[in-house]
Design a protein. Structure first.
Length: 175
């Protein structure tokens, strides 16, 4: 069963006030750029681009300014999704700016939560795989950086399932 979004992160979504989501991983070159690209792609397919502002970032600045890893771009492109993001570091003010902050793994989540003790911030931070119907207790999108091509395809599939569920939960709030 997927997590149901808490009331605290839900509000009417309009073109004037688009819903803002940032996906977060460590380097912002593999997992979160894939999530950004896939969510954006699904939203576009459904004609809903104007209602969302989608971004990604990393808890580290190791790869700041870089394109997504070529292996992530390849895995996404096989499914018709182009990854165009440039890596940037997650900043504390992102906790105010975004409606929803979606870390890829529990370490990313801790690194974000460490930056604020406010309840309204904590409620916005929800792990990606909470929305993956096939997670079966696995809470992390595993870091594919040091592995082979299968790891990147695996990330793509997890992120796709999770993005579809997340969008389905938000769609009823579009006005
Ligand atoms: P990501 O993968 O967090 O999914 O972007 C990584 C990319 C680079 C490194 C670690 C993870 N790194 O240590 O350079």
């Amino acid at each position: 069963m997927s997590k149901v979004l808490p009331d605290s992160v839900l509000r009417p979504i309009t073109k004037e006030h688009p819903y803002k989501i940032v996906f977060v991983c460590l380097g912002n070159i593999c997992r979160s750029p894939t999530a950004e690209g896939v969510f954006q792609h699904i939203v576009k397919e459904q004609g809903l681009s104007a209602y969302f502002e989608i971004d990604s970032s990393g808890t580290s600045a190791y790869h700041a300014g870089e394109k997504a890893d070529s292996r992530s771009r390849e895995a996404a492109l096989k499914h018709g999704v182009e990854l165009l993001s440039r890596s940037r570091k997650f900043e504390t003010f992102d906790l105010d700016y975004f409606d929803l902050i979606i870390p890829m793994d529990s370490q990313n989540k801790r690194d974000i939560e460490y930056q604020s003790h406010k309840k309204e911030h904590k409620e916005k931070v929800i792990l990606m795989r909470e929305f993956d119907e096939l997670a079966n207790g696995d809470i992390n999108v595993p870091d594919p950086y040091y592995g082979g091509a299968q790891g990147f395809e695996n990330v793509y599939q997890m992120v796709k399932r999770s993005s579809e569920e997340l969008l389905n939960q938000l769609k009823p709030f579009i006005q």
